[in-house]
Design a protein around this ligand. Structure first.
Ligand SMILES: [Zn+2]
Ligand SMILES: [Zn+2]
Ligand SMILES: [Zn+2]
Length: 479
């Protein structure tokens, strides 16, 4: 260390005596630049490590075969344990990069530090947190690792998410991708105050100077001289859900999804990443429809749905006492959901290679609807025929779904698809009652689990047991 002598310095024989503040300052300068160097190196090394910095290639994971010579995604075949380790490492990497905060006090490299922290937050969300497919994602693993984030790092991550997906209603009312990302990611991190903030933003009306011209992302409000963001429906979805007004929540999200599908390009939802968020909302809404289809729940959904939608958001809709649909209204909302999935699939099939994981997600959703409400079996089988004859299909997996013409076999296709990596499986969810489940015939299928409950706590604990036996991850790790 090269410390310049200053005026306060006294020379006593061979001793150089320095001012203590100066020494401290020099030591911390030395240490900060050393720490900065080390963490920058960890940052760079991390970016070259596909285990933490890349998404898993769906094609490779599911068929061991990726035809795209330019594919930059990670080619491995995952297991729940591998995804667990990957996410733990990514969490550690983010934690390390967040330590650079210490250096910001010294006003050093502030911009580089901010960029690097944001880059890793975005990677953590996009490559690890966002649900993609039963072949590349395992929600119970995601939940487990996120639950163990320290309070401090969780707050940092929430702040980073706010910064990455910046949203300003006067400029971004037409950016549905950002709306969905912010709302989903931040709620997954268990921060509920965003719902009220978002609702207030979305309730601001504006005067229309030219009533015949309505900007994208807005709809008329009380006549044709005022407008309000369409995103308000999304805000209402979460607010209603929060107060357990499930039917109102479903109606609101239905309106938002409708608008989104009709304006997919204009509302910035055309990328497969953004469509993943829309699919998330569609799956979520359909699960809620099943939840309030009858007083005592009796439905069958994948584990991933139970975690992503009920465990993370709310279990209240599964408990008797809430308002439920009449049979007639129930069938009509299901019918609406099928139509929405069809409209979206009609748009996506022409670019099968880009949208493959999303297409499969929507096909699975149709099979699930079919499984839970057989009234529409013929409609859905006809739809599959329609997709098959209208499009040139490349994916073997899509063909397997579309070519099936019997419900029982279709459910078997779905069941095997979900179980391929042990990351997912079908679960029969049933409120404790004396009647026999309509899925009783089904319980003998290998790997299909029963979840019986009579309270929120019992639902969560039974779900943990099922996860543990299906993935081999111990229950105590799952809390
Ligand atoms: Zn690939
Ligand atoms: Zn997401
Ligand atoms: Zn509306």
């Amino acid at each position: 260390m090269d410390i310049k002598h200053n005026e306060n310095e006294e020379i006593t024989n061979f001793w150089n005596v320095y001012d203590v503040d100066l020494v401290h300052q020099k030591i911390s300068q030395f240490l900060t630049s050393y720490i900065y160097e080390l963490i920058s190196k960890a940052d760079q090394d991390g970016r070259n490590n596909p285990d933490i910095a890349s998404r898993i290639c769906y094609n490779f994971a599911s068929s061991n075969n990726c035809q795209n010579p330019n594919c930059r995604m990670y080619h491995i075949v995952p297991t729940p344990l591998l995804l667990f380790q990957r996410l733990k490492l990514a969490r550690l990497q983010y934690t390390v990069v967040r330590q650079l905060d210490v250096l910001c006090r010294y006003e050093l490299h502030n911009e580089e530090i901010n960029n690097s922290q944001k880059w890793w937050a975005e990677t953590l969300v996009k490559c690890h947190m966002c649900y993609q497919s039963p072949q590349t994602s395992c929600p119970e693993v995601t939940r487990m690792v996120l639950n163990k984030l320290s309070v401090h790092i969780r707050d940092d991550l929430i702040n980073d998410v706010y910064k990455i997906w910046l949203f300003n209603v006067s400029k971004d009312a037409d950016n549905f991708e950002v709306m969905l990302k912010r709302l989903f990611v931040i709620q997954q991190l268990q921060d509920k105050k965003i719902i009220d903030e978002f609702y207030q933003e979305m309730s601001k009306t504006k005067i229309l100077s030219h009533p015949s011209y309505l900007p994208v992302g807005f709809e008329y409000y009380c006549g044709i001289y005022q407008m309000i963001p369409v995103g308000r429906h999304l805000a209402l979805f979460f607010s209603f859900l929060h107060t357990n007004k499930v039917i109102h929540a479903i109606t609101s999200s239905g309106a938002f999804i409708n608008y989104a599908i009709k304006n997919i390009e204009k509302v910035n939802l055309a990328s497969s990443d953004a469509l993943g968020e829309l699919a998330f909302l569609m799956e979520f809404t359909t699960s809620l429809i099943f939840a309030v289809g009858q007083e005592y729940c009796d439905f069958c959904l994948p584990r991933s749905y139970l975690i992503n939608y009920f465990d993370v958001f709310t279990v209240n809709p599964l408990i008797p006492g809430r308002t439920i649909y009449s049979r007639k209204n129930y069938l009509s909302v299901i019918n609406n959901s099928i139509d929405q999935v069809q409209q979206l699939l009609d748009l996506l099939f022409c670019k099968e290679e880009i949208y493959l994981p999303i297409i499969l997600r929507l096909l699975r959703l149709l099979v699930l609807i079919n499984l839970n409400e057989t009234t529409f079996t013929q409609k859905i089988l006809n739809l599959f025929k329609h997709f098959f004859s209208k499009n040139k299909i490349f994916s073997i997996k899509i063909k397997t779904y579309l070519e099936e013409n019997r419900l029982v076999r279709l459910v078997a296709v779905l069941h095997n698809d979900l179980r391929e990596m042990r990351c997912d499986s079908l679960v029969i969810v049933r409120y404790q009652s004396n009647s026999i489940s309509k899925f009783a015939y089904f319980e003998k299928y290998d790997g299909i689990k029963n979840l019986t409950y009579n309270s929120i706590g019992k639902f969560r604990s039974s779900l943990r047991k099922i996860i543990s036996s299906a993935t081999g991850i111990p229950v105590d790790q799952l809390i």
